[in-house]
Design a protein around this ligand. Structure first.
Ligand code: SF4
Ligand code: FES
Length: 246
C-alpha cells in the first residue's frame, strides 16, 4: 500500500507546530499502525531527516501510552482498540491519514506526537490507592468475600489503562471518565472503603487543578475509550461525591 500521511510536527511546547506531508510506500496490511510509523521513521533516518517522535511501550494494548489522534479520532477508526492494536488493513491503498497528538490544555505537547499525560498520574496519586498493611500481617485477599456483581463492576472499571483518549475526545477536555473509573473501582471493594470519602474529593480537586474541563454528559469519552469504560462510572462518581463527607 502507499499512503499519504499528514503528521503533526512540533519541536517542543515553546515552538509552533504544523502538519507535514509524507508519502509512504511499502506498507503491509498486517502491519500495526505503530509499525507503519516505524517504517516511516526508518526511511526518514536513512535519508538524514529527523524521525517522528511518538509514544509507545507495551504495543499490546495495556500500557496506554500509544495515544494518537488518527483522522480526528482518538486511537483511530477501530472501536475498542488502542493505536498499537490497530492494523493497516483498516486503511485503503492511496488513503490520506491525518496523525495528530491528543489535544488538551492538561496534556502539553513534548514533541511531535508525544504529550505529557502526567496530569493523569497526579489525579491517581491524589486518591487512586488503598491503605494496605504490608507489615507481614496482611490478610489473604481470597479470605475477603466480594459479591460477584461488585467484583465484575470493579474489574470493568479497573480495565482503564490511563491513555487519555477520553480527554482527547471530550469537547471540554474533561478527565471525568478516567477519574470516575478509578473512583468506582475502589468504592466497590472492601479494601477501598477506608479512603472512600476523601478519595473522590481529592481526585476531583486534583482534576480541576490540572486544568481539565467539566463533564457535560456528551458521551464522546465512552465512544472513543479503547477499553469500553462505561459512562455509568461518571454517574457513580457523582453519587460518591454527593455522599462523601466533604
Ligand atoms: S477511561 Fe478509557 S479513554 Fe479514558 S483513560 Fe481510561 S482507558 Fe483511556
Ligand atoms: S503501546 Fe501500550 S497500549 Fe499501545
Amino acid at each position: 500500500m502507499e499512503l499519504k500521511l499528514k503528521i503533526w510536527r512540533q519541536k517542543n511546547n515553546k515552538t509552533k507546530g504544523r502538519i507535514v506531508d509524507y508519502t509512504l510506500s511499502g506498507v503491509e496490511t498486517d502491519m500495526s499502525f505503530l509499525e507503519m510509523l516505524d517504517l516511516l521513521n526508518n526511511q526518514l533516518i536513512e535519508s538524514g531527516h529527523e524521525p517522528v517522535a511518538f509514544d509507545h511501550d507495551c504495543r499490546e494494548g495495556i500500557c496506554g501510552s500509544c495515544s494518537l489522534h488518527i483522522n480526528g479520532v482518538a486511537h483511530g477508526p477501530e472501536k475498542s482498540t488502542t493505536t498499537c492494536q490497530l492494523h493497516m488493513r483498516k486503511f485503503k491503498d492511496g488513503e490520506t491519514i491525518y496523525i495528530e497528538p491528543f489535544r488538551a490544555k492538561a496534556f502539553p505537547i513534548i514533541k511531535d506526537l508525544i504529550v505529557d499525560r502526567s496530569s493523569l498520574d497526579r489525579i491517581q496519586q491524589a486518591g487512586g490507592y488503598v491503605s494496605v498493611n504490608t507489615s507481614g500481617n496482611t490478610q489473604d485477599g481470597n479470605s475477603i468475600p466480594i459479591p460477584k456483581h461488585d467484583a465484575d463492576q470493579a474489574f470493568n472499571s479497573a480495565a482503564c489503562i490511563g491513555c487519555g483518549a477520553c480527554v482527547a475526545a471530550c469537547k471540554n477536555a474533561s478527565a471525568m471518565l478516567f477519574t470516575s473509573a478509578k473512583v468506582s473501582q475502589y468504592s466497590l471493594l472492601p479494601q477501598g472503603q477506608v479512603e472512600r470519602s476523601s478519595r473522590v474529593v481529592n481526585m476531583l480537586n486534583q482534576m480541576d487543578k490540572e486544568g481539565f474541563g467539566g463533564c457535560t454528559n456528551t458521551g464522546a469519552c465512552e465512544a472513543q475509550c479503547p477499553k469500553d469504560i462505561s459512562i455509568d462510572n461518571i454517574a457513580k462518581l457523582n453519587r460518591e461525591y454527593l455522599f462523601s463527607k466533604k
